[in-house]
Design a protein. Structure first.
Length: 174
């Protein structure tokens, strides 16, 4: 159970669910941490989208925008899943900062290849954490959250794949 979870039961906000109080606590805690990671990685991806430079600018700029959009699109379903389970979810940027496990990168300048490598690693770790959360869902028989996670894991792995391929050195022309 995540120590910093904020899923304490408030009777006014506890949606009835047949999964039980332990499921609400454990799955909500895991999902809120994932939600914080998605917001943090969304903003880091936008940061690199805004600050990338160099000969591959257009390709990288567009790739990162597409990936940021995909991350942002996962945030609302994650938060609403927590509410469906009777938990409470994130309330502020400060709350994200307290729960996120993705590290920020506030460097003045990052080379394009370092940007791609860092995001590839972040997305791979995100997929790992989603797989762990899937295990928590399995323990409690929460097939709906598990099924959503399966899609998001595939998306995170796709982002990692694109970042990996985009950063490979080109073939030397003959
Ligand atoms: Fe943009």
């Amino acid at each position: 159970m995540n120590k910093t979870s904020t899923t304490r039961r408030n009777p006014k906000l506890s949606t009835p669910t047949s999964l039980g109080a332990e499921a609400t606590r454990d799955i909500s805690g895991a999902l809120n941490a994932l939600l914080a990671d998605c917001f943090a990685l969304y903003l880091k991806t936008k940061n690199f989208h805004w600050h990338v430079s160099g000969p591959h600018f257009r390709d990288y700029h567009l790739l990162l925008d597409e990936q940021a959009d995909q991350l942002y699109a996962t945030t609302d379903p994650i938060a609403e899943r927590v509410r469906k389970l009777g938990g409470t979810t994130l309330r502020s940027i400060g709350h994200i900062g307290r729960l996120q496990r993705v590290s920020d990168n506030d460097a003045e300048y990052v080379t394009p290849l370092d940007m791609l490598a860092e995001l590839r690693e972040d997305n791979a770790r995100l997929a790992d954490r989603m797989r762990e959360t899937h295990g928590v869902c399995d323990e409690h028989g929460d097939v709906a959250t598990a099924s959503l996670l399966e899609v998001w894991i595939d998306e995170a792995e796709r982002r990692a794949w694109f970042l990996f391929e985009a950063s490979r050195p080109g073939e030397t022309p003959r």
